[in-house]
Write a new protein. Structure first.
Length: 251
């Protein structure tokens, strides 16, 4: 049984509206927490399997634009599918935040610094630990007729949109129903780093995810995270583009 919060009328748990005064009844907190926890588990298992299958497909297949677009489309559809389960609360995160000089300046400058730091430091770490050179993202698309356009779309445009929707949108909202904001920020950052399937990348993606989660929590918007994510990926791509063409000139 449940009681109407407005008129204290006793009602069964299945009722969504009070038959006495007509007020909409909220779901019991335990039911909401259980639903959110189930969604988080299904989300994590789904994207972990998707990441593993995608990795295996990439490793065993010849590169092609059709393959890239297929995998990106499946990822986008999965994210949208999960997000539709609670789209009203997610739509609120797309509301433009109040303009603040400090956070806007940080949003524009930080990803530039982080991109250069990652490009330089990860290259050295790969060479030192595994005796391999830093992967050049741009070089993965040079087989296409317009590599700079497709690499821009697949690296700088799509990941900020759909990864932020997945991890700082849907997953963040659901985890907030079962955990504190601090735990939610840490958990979403950990899962965000884990699905990238790279030990070296985990070193920087995890703290990067912590920052994006903190901004999402503090300002209740995904726009700062999307912009930071976009600028970071774009600068990394431009660095790789420059390095790739510089090597061609040398050789």
């Amino acid at each position: 049984m449940q009681t109407c919060p407005k008129c204290d009328y006793a009602l069964s748990n299945e009722v969504k509206y009070c038959t006495q005064c007509g007020v909409i009844l909220k779901k019991p907190q335990v039911e909401t927490r259980a639903k959110s926890l189930n969604l988080v588990i299904v989300f994590y298992v789904t994207f972990l399997l998707f990441s593993l299958i995608s990795y295996l497909i990439y490793e065993s297949s010849e590169p092609s634009l059709a393959l890239e677009l297929t995998i990106e489309s499946v990822f986008a559809l999965l994210v949208i599918g999960f997000s539709l389960s609670n789209y009203k609360s997610i739509l609120k995160l797309y509301k433009l935040p109040i303009f603040d000089n400090k956070i806007v300046t940080f949003t524009l400058l930080f990803p530039v610094l982080s991109a250069f730091f990652v490009s330089i430091s990860i290259g050295y770490l790969n060479e030192w630990l595994f005796e391999v050179y830093y992967d050049n993202y741009y070089s993965e698309y040079v087989y296409l007729s317009n590599p700079i356009l497709w690499s821009f779309i697949l690296i700088a445009i799509l990941p900020p949109i759909f990864e932020e929707l997945a991890f700082r949108g849907f997953l963040f909202n659901e985890l907030s129903n079962v955990a504190s904001q601090r735990v939610t920020i840490i958990a979403t950052a950990f899962l965000f780093a884990l699905v990238h399937f790279s030990l070296i990348s985990f070193i920087w993606i995890f703290p990067f995810g912590l920052l994006l989660g903190y901004l999402r929590s503090k300002y209740n918007t995904m726009w700062y995270g999307i912009v930071i994510h976009f600028i970071h990926n774009f600068i990394v791509l431009m660095i790789d583009y420059y390095n790739y063409n510089s090597e061609l000139v040398v050789y």
